[in-house]
Design a protein around this ligand. Structure first.
Ligand code: ACM
Length: 557
């Protein structure tokens, strides 16, 4: 507690002229927040929606109003009166107003809180949705629950907020393959992402250790590939936890999750990792494998497998196209992740089909790439073309840069930042998710022994909250290439994460620190202010909603 008080005392006010008024604890902190005088009582008010708003925006406002009414104990009703914009322009207004304003930046919003009225402006769904998230964060924590809080302080401080994200791509990856997570847990992750204004969920759905998505044309992928006989304990290759592990999402469940995410401003990007990381598929359909490989078993241990797809066979490429066809139909977003990471090419060197394909395509080894690496380029290019016919753009891990990469592909930089820097300089769009800053499976403390068992074996590989928070995505990116950095993603791989509680512990509250890396301009970031907000407001929200999290070192008593 003493530490928190000291931090509060040290804090500089958020903006000039606001010296005596404490700004609300909003994370990610808005780009501009100016405190003015007075308060507005947000209880039993009339809420007015511009008739120009989309139906889903009005639905989100109604959900907010219903919760506010329930918890504050006084009904706030929603209406869409005609001529609303003129009324607002007249200035003679009382209540809460949501106005469509095409001049507000994508996903941005403005909130003007006066003593008599609040006016919210945005140009798109996410902007309005985020304005509601900001309003929620300015209210008592009880707004996140359903229990009446009749004595809560439902007064908002008068202020002017102008907010918009720094990056358009603000993501989290969840690996549901190394360990399977229920629909409810996936939704819980989407909920917390949306609270902190994240908008891309990269769903890792296929792996050596388990195939997690129903594919009609290849039922064995889920009959066989979705289950492994056991899992090793920690890193002991001779151990066996004695438990069959697995599960998969039906198409109906996927559609449900996609809609759930969409309502929260989140686009889901599916990943079908190819041509490596495919042992579960090989166990289901061994004919997809290379000569002399196998027998196949859904993998029970971690690391990179040398067993990869036989991409020299046309039937294997047809398999990939068929799978991607069905997967693409389930996800309406513009991106599709084709993986491309950690594909050892040893089997291709001796496989007659792969060697014949290399010959047929005239691929040769040179100082830049081996013929086998170029065979992977062929897979990437072919899938890029195929997915384009489905209206999708591809994203791949930074290995797809080896050799040749067609225009229009987006590179996800994971082996540090160098792949992303190189790709941006070459003119490719990039999502930065460097393992050194953004891998949420890494230990949260350099004192590894003090933390639950995880992937990290060296203290310097820990991703502590201050380390993550200090990440600057545009470092070393030349100014003329900076527009290629679409955004930043945190990756939660789950080799050692087998329970919901541990998943949440690894995600939170680093997710909030990440949200500021994604949303805020560097000059608005301030680690002490973030900690103060977490301690005051955001961690109590997580408590109320039943999330497990790691208490930041600085806030420990
Ligand atoms: C990765 O972590 N293999 C992308």
């Amino acid at each position: 507690m003493k530490k928190i008080l000291m931090l509060i005392a040290l804090l500089s006010p958020l903006c000039a002229g606001a010296a005596k008024v404490t700004p609300p604890d909003i994370v990610p902190v808005p780009q501009k927040l100016e405190m003015t005088k007075g308060t507005f009582k947000l209880k039993g008010v009339s809420i007015n929606c511009d008739p120009a708003l989309e139906a889903r925006t009005v639905k989100a406002v109604r959900q907010f109003a219903d919760r506010l009414s329930l918890v504050s104990g006084k009904t706030s009703s929603v209406a869409s009166p005609v001529g609303l914009t003129r009324t607002v322009e007249s200035g003679k207004i009382k209540g809460l107003y949501f106005i469509k304003d095409a001049s507000v930046a994508p996903e941005g919003y403005k909130i003007s809180i006066g003593r008599k009225a609040i006016v919210v402006r945005a140009s798109d769904y996410n902007g309005f949705f985020y304005s509601l998230q900001t309003l929620r964060q300015m209210l008592p924590v009880s707004i996140y629950g359903t229990a009446p809080d009749l004595n809560g302080n439902w007064r908002l401080p008068c202020c002017e907020i102008e907010d918009a994200p720094r990056f358009g791509y603000r993501g989290i990856l969840l690996d549901c393959c190394r360990h399977f997570f229920s629909v409810d847990e996936v939704k819980k992750v989407l909920d917390v992402m949306s609270m902190f204004k994240m908008n891309r969920f990269h769903w890792h759905l296929t792996e050596d250790q388990g195939w997690r998505i129903e594919i009609d044309k290849y039922p064995k992928l889920t009959e066989i590939g979705a289950f492994r006989d056991f899992t090793i304990i920690k890193r002991d290759l001779n151990s066996n936890d004695g438990q069959r592990h697995g599960g998969f999402y039906t198409k109906e469940q996927i559609r449900d999750i996609v809609a759930y995410a969409e309502a929260r401003g989140i686009t889901i990007i599916p990943e079908v990792d190819m041509p490596g990381h495919m042992v579960a598929a090989l166990a289901s359909y061994p004919e997809l494998g290379c000569a002399g490989s196998g027998p196949y078993k859904v993998r029970t241990y971690w690391g990179v497998s040398k067993q990869v797809l036989n991409v020299g066979k046309e039937s294997t490429m047809k398999f990939l196209e068929d799978v991607c066809d069905e997967v693409a139909d389930l996800f309406p977003g513009e991106y599709f992740n084709i993986g491309g990471d950690e594909c050892p090419r040893d089997e291709w060197k001796t496989d007659p089909d792969c060697q014949a394909k290399i010959k047929e395509l005239g691929l040769v080894s040179d100082e830049n790439a081996s013929a086998e690496a170029r065979l992977q380029n062929y897979v990437t290019a072919r899938m890029q073309k195929f997915l384009a016919t489905k209206g999708k753009k591809i994203i791949g891990w930074d290995e797809i840069l080896e050799g040749e990469l067609a225009e229009g592909a987006t590179v996800m930089s994971w082996r540090g930042t160098k792949g992303g820097i190189k790709a941006a300089k070459m003119g490719y769009d990039v999502v930065m998710s460097p393992n050194i800053y953004c891998y949420l499976d890494h230990c949260q403390s350099t004192d590894l022994e003090s933390e639950p068992y995880c992937i990290t074996t060296k203290p310097e590989r820990a991703v502590t909250m201050p380390k993550l928070y200090g990440y600057e995505p545009l470092d070393e990116i030349p100014e003329e290439a900076q527009h290629h950095i679409l955004g930043v993603q945190g990756n939660l791989w789950t080799e050692f994460i087998g329970t919901n509680e541990y998943l949440e512990y690894m995600l939170l509250p680093r997710l909030m620190a990440l949200s500021e890396v994604q949303w805020c301009k560097p000059e608005n970031k301030n680690y002490e202010r973030l900690l103060q907000s977490l301690g005051n407001h955001e961690l109590p929200i997580l408590d109320l909603l039943g999330y497990k999290y790691r208490m930041p070192d600085e806030l420990r008593k």
